[in-house]
Design a protein around this ligand. Sequence first.
Ligand code: ZN
Length: 92
Amino acid sequence: MPRDEIQGTKLWCPNCQHETICRGVSPSEVGQPSNKQRGVHKKYPDIRVFRRGRICQTCNHKFITAELPVDFVIELGKLRDQLGKINELSTS
Ligand SMILES: [Zn+2]
């Protein structure tokens, strides 16, 4: 991911709907408790995330990103595909 040393990292801004420079900030700057930066989900204790506050330098939108192991992201994609096939079968 290209990184602008002065302003932040180029990321997908959910408000702009394209890649923009987003500054990394403490979660507390975007309304989340800062002590929740590292953690596990109560319902899914095997999922460990690192949360980071982001502020889009184009539109000033504040949001949270979560860093996850890439294998987990690939697993989520496969599960989404499987669920789509199940839904297709159940409606045909
Ligand atoms: Zn934006």
